[in-house]
Design a protein around this ligand. Structure first.
Ligand code: SF4
Ligand code: F3S
Ligand code: FES
Length: 254
């Protein structure tokens, strides 16, 4: 692999004291001959350097390195990865806060594209279609006789709070139930259902939500492991929302 004076790849035993050492899991499912392995990279730290900046520098030396970024500001949810085994956003992680060496791996629970890049979009879309995560009610755009009613500010704020989810997939990767149940909605899905339950424009009742999440792939599959809330970069109250939803679904099932 090629290197430069400040971006090098070599054995961690040979690194200098100041350098950041990243061990990255290299994998390429598109190439059956590619053997997954850890590759060690060394680079000089700079003030305010995030993992996004570090990985971008490394990719200048090795253009084959795969990872995803769009916004670089914790908004798009593209840059989730395992950082020393913990799901997190690379663009919001300062390299100076990390131990040496730091291991980077792709988020589990999603189809691997290569190296640190996973297909969260396909997973999120399938979950969204299964749980019908969109407002269902009269179409006021098509029927001019219907007028959208103003929403109470407290309701709008509660919905806005749950809408802060950026679909990064960190809660999926941190959830033990996902490892056992392929179609488990995970905290991201259950949070979305909780959000639409709150929405006065959505005319579905709890019996209809029960049809969507009232099983072990939904709210009754959650074992309260709490990894989701621990890692959510938006600090969403996921455990509370899941508990509210579970109580409502138990009530609707009686
Ligand atoms: Fe990411 Fe949190 Fe949304 Fe899960 S609930 S996808 S961790 S922002
Ligand atoms: Fe999983 Fe969170 Fe429940 S980690 S088991 S969804 S509390
Ligand atoms: Fe958008 Fe990190 S690049 S959240």
């Amino acid at each position: 692999m090629s290197g430069s004076s400040d971006v090098l790849a070599r054995d961690s035993a040979a690194v200098d004291d100041e350098a950041i050492v990243l061990e990255i899991l290299r994998a390429n499912p598109a190439d059956p001959d590619f053997v997954p392995h850890w590759q060690t990279f060394e680079l000089e730290p700079a003030e305010g350097m995030t993992l996004f900046i570090a990985l971008t520098e490394l990719r200048e030396a090795d253009p084959s390195l795969q990872f995803d970024f769009v916004c670089r500001a914790g908004i798009c949810g593209s840059c989730g990865m395992l950082i020393n085994g913990r799901p997190g956003l690379a663009c919001r992680t300062l390299v100076t806060d990390l131990p040496r060496p730091t291991r980077l791996a792709p988020l589990p629970g999603f189809a691997l594209i290569g190296d640190l890049s996973v297909d969260t979009g396909r997973w999120m879309r399938a979950m969204s279609e299964r749980l019908e995560t969109w407002v269902q009610g009269p179409d006021i755009d098509r029927d001019p006789s219907l007028v959208e009613q103003p929403m109470e500010p407290e309701t709008a704020e509660a919905i806005y709070e749950l809408e802060r989810c950026i679909e990064c997939g960190c809660c999926v990767a941190a959830c033990g139930t996902v490892q056992m149940r392929e179609d488990f909605a995970a905290a991201v899905g259950l949070n979305k259902v909780a959000r639409f339950r709150l929405d006065p424009r959505d005319t579905r009742d709890d019996a209809e939500f029960l049809e969507l999440v009232g099983d072990d792939d939904g709210v009754f599959g959650c074992m309260s492991l709490l990894g989701c809330e621990d890692v959510c970069p938006k600090n969403l109250p996921l455990a509370t929302q899941i508990a509210f939803l579970r109580r409502a679904m138990v009530k609707a099932s009686l």
